[in-house]
Design a protein around this ligand. Structure first.
Ligand code: NAP
Ligand code: MG
Length: 487
């Protein structure tokens, strides 16, 4: 089949557009800071624009919090902790968290559309993954609020105080839920900062929290840039820092809290190995590879960005992968047929394109889908790199985009060695028919999560977190309660 014929064949697969409506969405022109249960103007009097990365159109103006604003938010959180939240019976605290979960479910469609508008991710994902999982996190941790003594028998768990929480742009609402739900369940109060490019669902969550009747000051949400985050980290009344973001900023945070008695959890970058053995169900594995790296445009810390295929099935896996790449629909995040939406920002697109150039310069063979991408907005074609090696930068460094580096291997020992030979250790995937092989690998791969015959699956009950430069501490499950408690 010639390339032309192939493209013709695949054009038969085009779907009629199926865009999700935005009529029901209410966005303000301007958003203030959510401090002590109210939206208040920033001390700086400054606002910044937040855009839709798929169209480059402005969605709203958002307040820029400076040190004084952060101080007001931390004082509100401390006051709410001392006067209300710490003293409240745990079962009552649980009821508030349940209420937040239910309100989020009721308003799921609105949150999903705003998440896709502001972040660029396909509506199918924000509707089926981000928003339901965020609600499930609140449900799950609501259940723990009055059972902490059973979770940690004979240990007398105590809350810490004010939790400062800083989150990235790839799962804005879900990361806010991962942070806020366990903090509240364990009796702490919160100051949360969303990422600069994706503040809107966190601000919508602030409205929802206000509507839930949660006592004033228990959750405060401040928007801004990196120095707003730094002001939270350095505030003396903050007792615990929960950070998800890049390894570079994680290191800065660790340095700045050294010598204080602040507790910290860091969820940082990743470069996961997705390993396909010759006895794997090949078609499912190909779907797993696609889901592993192209889910959310590859803006996933645990993305399966390094593929290891056993040599004797490499040709067939790569051929199927190339074919599947052609059928992926790249474009409007609000269209229900879209598989790959917009890259989150111009800067991130630039970073991904720089790495694609580095890959070519390093001598790897690039293969991209022949799809068209929209002229406006930040889009990237799904990209494979063949014939890569361990020393390539595209194999060692986190790209955080829809770019897959492919290597082959012969033996289990070889693939374990290669998979672990990386500064990161967040996640991995294994595809094989043999349970024994799965158990062999799960014990030897230095990764916090190992998926077997699936990829990118999350559940509030299971802990998540990294080894090495992917950070420390666990979020989710029973383990996710511990960083918010002292014993
Ligand atoms: P980032 O630049 O580290 O930013 C993360 C958050 O930290 C943002 O809210 C950011 O604010 C803030 N920040 C920036 N400088 C700061 C400072 N000096 N002190 C305190 N806060 C500061 O990361 P990103 O580009 O947003 O996200 C991508 C990275 O996050 C990737 O490396 C990815 O692997 C990692 N990530 C890890 C996980 C995980 O669970 N392990 C999950 C998701 C993402 P601004 O946005 O305003 O700059
Ligand atoms: Mg940043």
């Amino acid at each position: 089949m010639t390339k032309e014929n192939k493209t013709e064949f695949f054009t038969d697969w085009t779907y009629a557009p199926s865009p999700e409506s935005t009529d029901h969405i209410k966005l303000n022109k301007q958003y203030d800071l959510f401090i002590n249960g109210k939206f208040v103007k920033p001390n700086s009097k400054k606002y910044f624009s937040t855009i839709n990365p798929a169209t480059e159109e402005k969605l709203a103006e958002v307040a820029l919090a400076d040190e004084k604003d952060v101080d007001a938010a931390v004082n509100a959180a401390k006051n709410a902790y001392d006067k209300v939240w710490k003293k409240m019976p745990a079962a009552e605290r649980g009821k508030y968290i349940f209420r937040i979960a239910r309100l989020l479910q009721e308003r799921a469609r609105e949150f999903a559309v705003i998440e896709s508008l502001n972040g660029g991710k396909p509506i199918r994902e924000s509707r089926d993954v981000d928003v339901p999982l965020a609600a499930n996190h609140f449900f799950y941790y609501a259940g723990w609020a009055d059972k902490l003594e059973y979770a940690f028998p004979n240990k007398k768990p105590q809350s810490l105080g004010v939790a400062g929480q800083i989150i990235p742009w790839n799962f804005p609402l879900l990361m806010a839920a991962w942070k806020i739900a366990p903090a509240l369940a364990t009796g702490n109060t919160v100051v949360l900062k969303p990422a600069e490019t994706t503040p809107l669902t966190a601000l919508k969550l602030a409205e929802l929290i206000r509507d839930s009747g949660l006592p004033d000051g228990v959750v405060n949400i401040v928007t801004g840039f990196g120095n707003t985050g730094a002001a939270i980290v350095n505030h003396p009344k903050v007792n615990k820092i929960a950070f998800t973001g890049s390894t570079d900023v994680g290191k800065i945070i660790q340095k700045s809290i050294a010598g204080t008695n602040k507790k910290v959890t860091l969820e940082l970058g990743g470069k996961a190995a997705n390993i396909i053995f010759d006895d794997a169900p090949i078609d499912q594995a190909v779907e797993g590879i696609i889901n592993g790296i192209f889910f959310n445009q590859g803006h996933v810390c645990c993305a399966g960005s390094r593929l290891f295929v056993q040599e004797n099935v490499a040709d067939v896996v790569i051929a199927k992968l190339k074919q599947r790449l052609e059928t992926l629909i790249v474009g409007n995040p609000l269209d229900k047929n879209t598989d790959i939406g917009a890259i989150n920002s111009r800067e991130q697109l630039q970073k991904i394109n720089d790495y694609i150039k580095i890959g070519i310069d390093e001598g790897a063979e690039m293969y991209q889908s022949s799809c068209n991408i929209p002229a406006k907005g930040f889009f990237c074609k799904p990209t494979l790199f063949l014939h890569t090696s361990q020393s390539h930068r595209i194999v060692q460094e986190e790209i955080f985009g829809p770019v897959l580096a492919i290597q082959t291997f012969r033996t289990i020992e070889e693939v374990i060695e290669k998979a672990n030979n990386i500064p990161y250790g967040l996640s991995a995937g294994v595809w094989t028919d043999k349970g024994s092989k799965i158990f062999n690998l799960t014990t030897k791969l230095r990764a916090g999560v190992v998926w077997a015959n699936t990829y990118n699956k999350f559940d509030p009950a299971s802990p998540f977190g990294g080894y090495k430069e992917s950070g420390f501490g666990r979020e989710g499950g029973l383990h996710g309660l511990m960083p918010y408690l002292q014993f």
